[in-house]
Design a protein around this ligand. Structure first.
Ligand code: AMP
Length: 280
């Protein structure tokens, strides 16, 4: 992988990089498009990273379809398709891992202990393998994007990290590989997450600036049969709870639909309605 990337750079090409866990959907594919907009060649990695799954999470059953993913990625113009095996990535269990710091202690980090250490460790390794000029991540995983940026800044990785908006189905559901776990009824129930974010947005646009008030409105929308809310948080770009809700406030939601854990978020000033959609 590194030899390919270095050869491209030696020819004066800018290398873009899109790390994924596969089960590709339009959200991933738009990251490829975005990478191509600012780079000459694009590498996409596909690796279901065992380090970022906790005990009892869905590592073993995470959707895997390499042939389909390869076809989709190549059709979208990926130049370097990188599919390392767990044995190649972790010939021995790594003793040294990236410590993600305080931004990983809340929200997803609180719900999934060790998750972000696993994410940042694999992202660091993938950055060393690909040595990209630009890496593209999705805002769907907002906290992950912030933490990758923090790592790149704190540890001086020579990589530009760009974060693209969340791609949604027409009705609002954020595309996710984990949506494949949902039954028809559960898919309908899963719309509750984006509805909740719209309700938060509506409350703020209606003049509410007290986070407790805005959060209550959102939680009401989240309380429907078949959905088990985990959190609805109103934070700033450092993931600190806000004292006043503004256009820069980010609303993040996590909930379980059946056994499937889903997350979504919106930057209030931009709004769910501004996100790109696909007719899935
Ligand atoms: P994953 O394969 O789920 O680890 O995701 C790989 C990358 O795709 C991450 O940067 C995600 O944030 C991004 N991504 C996942 N879902 C979406 C989506 N619906 N819209 C935009 N980016 C996404």
């Amino acid at each position: 992988m590194r030899a390919w990337s270095r050869a491209e750079r030696a020819r004066g090409k800018r290398v873009g990089f899109v790390p994924t866990m596969g089960a590709l959907h339009e959200g991933h594919l738009r990251l490829i498009d975005a990478a191509r907009d600012t780079c000459d060649v694009v590498a996409l990695s596909l690796f279901v990273n065992p380090l970022q799954f906790g005990p009892g999470e869905d590592f073993a059953r995470y959707p895997r379809d390499l042939d389909r993913d390869r076809t989709l990625a190549l059709a979208r113009g990926v130049d370097g398709f990188f599919v390392p095996t767990p044995q190649e990535m972790y010939p021995v269990e790594p003793l040294v891992r990236v410590a993600p710091g305080p931004m990983a202690e809340t929200l997803e980090g609180a719900a999934r202990p060790g998750h972000f250490a696993g994410v940042l460790t694999v992202v660091a390794k993938l950055f060393h393998a690909v040595e990209p000029d630009v890496a593209r991540f999705g805002r769907k995983d907002f906290q992950q994007g912030m933490l990758v940026r923090q790592m790149v800044s704190d540890l001086d990785f020579p990589v530009q990290v760009d974060i693209a908006p969340t791609v949604r189905e027409l009705e609002g559901l954020a595309l996710s590989s984990r949506n494949a776990y949902l039954s028809g009824d559960q898919r309908r129930a899963a719309l509750t997450l984006s509805r909740c974010l719209r309700e938060v947005e509506r409350a703020w646009r209606g003049g509410a600036a007290d986070p407790a008030v805005v959060q209550r409105r959102g939680l009401e929308a989240l309380t429907v049969p078949g959905v088990n809310p985990e959190y609805l948080a109103l934070v700033d770009d450092q993931l600190r709870p806000v004292e006043r809700v503004t256009q820069a406030t980010v609303a993040l939601v996590a909930a379980r639909v059946g056994t499937t854990r889903l997350i979504d978020n919106v930057v209030l000033g931009e709004g769910v309605g501004a996100d790109p959609t696909v007719d899935a």
